[in-house]
Write a protein that binds this ligand. Structure first.
Ligand SMILES: [Zn+2]
Length: 180
């Protein structure tokens, strides 16, 4: 709801992940291994830690924007609706930031669940074409367009999900401003 791209939302994706986690519990402490990982590659964090961190990020942003935000919803996936509810009257920039978090989470949740095709319909911020390809090793989406790479010294542009989400949130904001 309110995401502008149909039924596939961050909440849906988080619900999927949370359900998956409940049905396939991470066995033992091995999943928490952080040996030789980098902060930008959270692949080795346990799924529960990951879900927890995602929810915390949304909650922190919401409470920063609105210290009077009410109690958290019962189900983790409802945290995005909860955030929207309590930031509805916040300054546009705070709402846009909340939206960027939600968009990034949708992408992150999907990639985590093994659905990396989610990046394909996203426009490359450099050439504006679709067709990004997810590179798990880089934890980035790469634009494979040769013309795009040519404008970048022959190197394919690589995008963090945060950057793609930021761009999409900004575009949505402009559209909203134009519509009102
Ligand atoms: Zn490109």
């Amino acid at each position: 709801m309110g995401t502008g791209d149909g039924t596939d939302t961050a909440a849906d994706r988080l619900h999927e992940l949370a359900t998956y986690f409940l049905e396939h519990p991470v066995p033992g402490p091995s999943a928490r291994t952080t040996h030789s990982t980098t902060p930008s590659a959270p692949m080795n964090l346990g799924m529960l830690d990951y879900i927890q961190a995602s929810v915390t990020e949304v909650v922190q942003h919401t409470r920063t924007v609105n210290p009077d935000a009410g109690p958290l919803p019962e189900h983790v996936a409802d945290v995005y609706d909860w955030c929207r509810q309590y930031t509805a009257h916040a300054p546009a920039i705070d709402q846009q930031r909340a939206r960027a978090i939600e968009i990034r989470h949708r992408l992150e949740h999907a990639v985590r669940a093994g659905d990396a095709r989610i990046v394909r319909p996203i426009h490359c911020p450099a050439c504006r074409r679709v067709g990004l390809k997810w590179q798990p090793g880089l934890w980035r989406a790469v634009c494979l367009n040769v013309h795009c790479a040519r404008t970048n010294g022959g190197v394919h542009h690589q995008w963090k999900l945060a950057r793609l989400a930021y761009e999409q949130a900004a575009v949505e904001r402009i559209r909203q401003d134009c519509a009102t």
